[in-house]
Design a protein around this ligand. Structure first.
Ligand SMILES: Cc1cc2nc3c(=O)[nH]c(=O)nc-3n(C[C@H](O)[C@H](O)[C@H](O)COP(=O)(O)OP(=O)(O)OC[C@H]3O[C@@H](n4cnc5c(N)ncnc54)[C@H](O)[C@@H]3O)c2cc1C
Length: 405
């Protein structure tokens, strides 16, 4: 397949976002230098457009650890403990603090990862990142894929397509959040502890509107933190009436007495939470990856850790396969049970939005933190799953599982 022509490649990766770059940096390793790989990305320049958090497992416990991902130098901070709160508006009456020697909650600002990925790719001889290139379409043609792009036609033996999903299913929810990184004049944050969800901001009106609402606070130093106002809502609810900035302003005053601060960086996101986005059957030589290929958790919108595991599995499969001779099937990186549990979870949120704070709180309060971190990372053991099930309210979950509306 390899040819000297500039528009023929063994592998083309459509989209140089999280999944595309995660796969590309693995393929940049010397053991894949017999392959010509191209990444096609419309952006001309990468900026900090998001911040990824996930649970990292140090791996000592019961052989449950995972190979470190290739972006270790992108990690900005690790929190050894995290908390979830719920209760009356303004006065959280319940708080659970989790602490484990096994897992840390880690943060990667996107610009760091993009920069590290670009460095790893440019230092290889066989992987090319083409920025400013938009893919218009890709179609299977005999033993290769023809890709139509804004700079002309490109041929590839295999295509990994990470473009975002074009449509979502009726079961989907959308996660919307806006917030900012702030700096205060005085030291007020505990840098050892991330507030993952503070449901004390939830009002009865939010639940009546069928929404789940919380704020999270990720301290970066005793004066700096990333604070986001977050809403889960059904697909047809655009949350147009939400004033994210006022929510955060009120929250900072109530919780920290903080009124004067400097905004250093703003961030916002709209994430699909769609249980029907699952690893798809390979269509000829085109393979869906990324959120559209089932690499994001429908129940949380998290995709970082899952994407790393999925890309590890894909490159191992590529290393063993004869790329041209064999039909390439996507390896499984997560169990069907886990996709099903996410679908049930979203149905419960839809039917009983007022229960959401208590459900999340109980998960963090009643499930051992390592078991919960594994579950949220998609690597739960059967015992972890049993613990999760035990911590959830039985009737809503049984109804959602066996009598979905
Ligand atoms: C603000 C924000 C915060 C988040 N925080 C977290 C978090 O804390 N933890 C977590 O796990 N997840 C988080 N996520 C969710 C998730 O990790 C990301 O959405 C993740 O980037 C999904 O990876 P992806 O590769 O599927 O999509 P993207 O990273 O969005 O990559 C898709 C790529 O496709 C490219 N593309 C689009 N159209 C074309 C085209 N026609 N031709 C070629 N390329 C194209 C895009 O330019 C982009 O680079 C966050 C998301 C956002 C937006």
């Amino acid at each position: 397949m390899s040819s000297e022509s500039t528009d023929n490649f063994d592998i083309a990766i459509i989209g140089g976002g999280l999944a595309g770059l995660s796969l590309a940096v693995r393929l940049a390793a010397p053991r894949f230098q017999h392959l010509r790989v191209v990444v096609l990305e419309p952006r001309i320049q990468y900026v900090r457009d998001r911040t990824w958090c996930y649970w990292a497992n140090s791996g000592a416990e019961n052989g449950q650890g995972h190979a470190p991902h290739p972006f270790q130098t992108s990690v900005a901070i690790r929190w050894p403990s995290w908390e979830v709160m719920c209760g009356e508006v303004g006065t959280p009456s319940y708080e659970t603090i989790s602490n484990t020697g096994q897992h840390c909650y880690e943060m990667i600002p996107a610009d760091r990862l993009y920069g590290d990925a670009e460095r790893l790719i440019t230092s290889s001889t066989h992987v090319k990142l083409l920025k400013g290139v938009t893919v218009i379409g890709a179609s299977n043609k005999f033993d290769q894929v023809e890709i139509h792009t804004s700079i002309g036609k490109i041929n590839a033996g295999r295509v990994f397509d990470s473009r975002p999903p074009a449509t979502l299913s009726k079961a989907a929810w959308i996660q919307r959040f806006q917030g900012f990184e702030l700096e205060s004049d005085t030291p007020i944050f505990n840098v050892n502890r991330a507030t993952l969800m503070d449901f004390s901001v939830t009002s009865a009106a939010d639940s009546r509107a069928g929404r789940v609402h919380f704020i999270y606070v990720l301290p970066l130093s005793d004066r700096r933190a990333l604070v986001e106002d977050t809403w889960f809502a059904p697909l047809n609810d655009a949350c147009d009436d939400v004033d994210y900035q006022s929510q955060i302003k009120r929250y900072l005053k109530r919780r920290f007495g903080l009124e004067r601060y400097q905004v250093l960086h703003r961030e916002q996101g709209v994430l699909p939470m769609d249980p029907e986005l699952q690893p798809s059957k390979v269509s000829g030589r085109i393979i869906k990856i990324g959120a559209g290929g089932g690499m994001a958790r429908a129940s949380s919108g998290y995709a970082f850790f899952e994407t790393q595991r999925a890309c590890d599995a894909i490159v191992e499969k590529l290393a063993e396969s004869n790329l041209m001779a064999e039909e390439f099937q996507l390896p499984r990186w997560r169990s069907d049970v886990s996709y099903w549990m996410d679908a049930v979870f979203l149905r419960v949120l839809k039917e009983y939005p007022a229960l959401a704070p208590k459900i999340f709180f109980d998960l963090f309060a009643r499930v051992p933190p390592d078991a919960l971190a594994r579950f949220l990372s998609g690597v739960a053991t059967p015992l972890d799953v049993a613990r999760i099930v035990r911590a959830c309210p039985k009737i809503p979950f049984l109804k959602a599982a066996f009598f979905p509306r």
